[in-house]
Design a binder for this molecule. Structure first.
Ligand code: SPV
Ligand code: MG
Length: 434
């Protein structure tokens, strides 16, 4: 080993296996091993958040034989670290010759060549071949406590955290596994929105709390069981303040990551209805008390309280919304959901522009149901950290089912509908143990 030579080894090292150790062993033969340990944010740019957080991974790495130094690798672009360290070699698995990382590879070769550095590629170790049983590993890591914390970790790691509604375990499973990938991007839903609207409607009830909280939580339990992603629970106005602590504890025990409570009182009606009763706006004082009660009830600081402002929904102005945002933030809210039923994001962007100036600023949540043309990039640019697609799966399912049912009525058989529906085998295969 030549200690004057520097070897850069980028690594996520979430679950260490013999593949990682082989790379380190190979690197040692060439010289001093410098691990570029990916941060949670770097990993979540392209992959799911690691099971083990950066701090823990760092601690493990420090104790691996043959590792001389560890540096933070904050993006998938190695340029900054390479230019600083000027390693003689970079070692990487040979799996990046195609796919998302192909461009990075070419860039690495070019940068290294500036000081005569070389890329060494070792055969990639397929985790499946070394019998890593991801399910049993997940079981160790996905206990309700670690699940609760994942939303906070995502918020700290990602530019935007993407939620979509799920109203039953099967939709939850779909959200769990769905991915979009092209040559330089990877996208998936980060979490599940447990919507009062879609829960109520899919149970044949209006969105006015006639579907009781206990029933919603008990249904949610089944969604929690089938999934691992963070859940944000829509608790309407949180119910009676005296009951709120029990709701919070119940949710936390299930592994839910956050509760959204809205500043409305009286008989609840859905926020997207045209006609709203201004009198149904809670007082700032009372709602702050609710937030404080919620904060005091939680066992873990990682369980997040989302305060939802209904000022724009109820026809109030920007000043009202801003005053509430600052007050709710001071009361302890972790995130502010600013709701709107306009068809453009104009009013919420005016709000975020002003709120960003406040020293009580908290990350913002958007629910672009009516202003659906807005792109996530614009939300990011305007200070939003969470986006919720609040009702889309239920709205997608209903017309599809109606079309098939109508086709059966029309044709007095189901054959014509076959092309519209998935096979029984596929639907059964959605359930992991099948
Ligand atoms: C829900 O999905 O239940 C919501 C969002 O609370 S909204 O329907 O816009 O009120
Ligand atoms: Mg709701």
């Amino acid at each position: 080993m030549n200690k004057n030579k520097k070897i850069y080894v980028p690594m996520g090292a979430d679950i260490l296996h013999s593949g990682h150790l082989n790379i380190i062993k190979t690197a040692r033969k060439y010289g001093k091993v410098i691990i570029g340990l990916f941060t949670d944010s770097a990993i979540s740019e392209y992959k799911r958040l690691p099971l083990i957080n950066y701090k823990q991974r760092l601690e493990i790495m420090k104790n691996i034989k043959g590792v001389d130094q560890i540096v933070k690798q904050e993006t998938w672009d190695y340029t900054k670290n390479l230019q600083k360290i000027k390693p003689n070699y970079l070692i990487h698995g040979d799996d990046w010759k195609s796919g998302i990382q192909k461009k990075t590879r070419l860039k690495v070769i070019k940068i290294l060549s500036k000081w005569g550095g070389k890329l060494i590629e070792v055969p990639y170790t397929d985790e499946n071949k070394i019998k890593i049983d991801k399910d049993s590993i997940s079981e160790i890591f996905f206990n309700p406590n670690t699940r609760v914390s994942r939303l906070k970790r995502l918020i700290n790691s990602k530019k935007i955290v993407r939620f979509i509604e799920s109203h039953n375990p099967l939709t939850g499973l779909m959200i769990e596994n769905l991915k979009f990938e092209n040559k330089d991007e990877h996208r998936e839903f980060d979490g599940i929105w447990s919507s009062s609207l879609t829960d109520s409607v899919s149970n044949g009830k209006p969105d006015n709390q006639s579907l009781e909280l206990t029933t919603r939580i008990s249904n949610l339990n089944n969604v929690m069981e089938a999934t691992t992603k963070p859940v944000l629970f829509d608790a309407d106005n949180g119910g009676r303040i005296e009951h709120l602590q029990y709701t919070i504890r119940n949710l936390e025990r299930l592994g839910v990551s956050a509760i959204a409570i809205e500043d409305k009182i009286g008989l609840k009606s859905n926020s997207l209805f045209k006609v709203q009763n201004k009198k149904n706006h809670d007082s700032v004082k009372n709602f702050c008390l609710k937030i404080k009660t919620a904060c005091n009830a939680r066992r873990s600081e990682d369980f997040l309280i989302v305060a939802r402002i209904e000022s724009f929904i109820l026809g109030k102005n920007l000043n009202d919304a801003l005053y509430r945002a600052e007050s709710y933030s001071k009361a302890g809210a972790d995130l502010i959901l600013i709701h709107s039923k306009q068809d453009t994001p104009k009013e919420i962007f005016l709000f975020s522009k002003e709120f960003k100036k406040s020293r009580f600023f908290k990350p913002l949540v958007a629910v672009p149901s009516t202003y659906s043309k807005v792109k996530e990039k614009e939300l990011i640019e305007n200070g939003f950290k969470v986006v919720i697609y609040a009702n889309h799966l239920l709205r997608a399912a209903y017309p599809a089912m109606e079309k098939v049912a109508l086709s059966i009525l029309k044709n007095t058989r189901s054959s014509e509908a076959e092309k519209e529906i998935i096979t029984i085998k596929k639907i059964l295969n959605m359930i992991p143990s099948n």
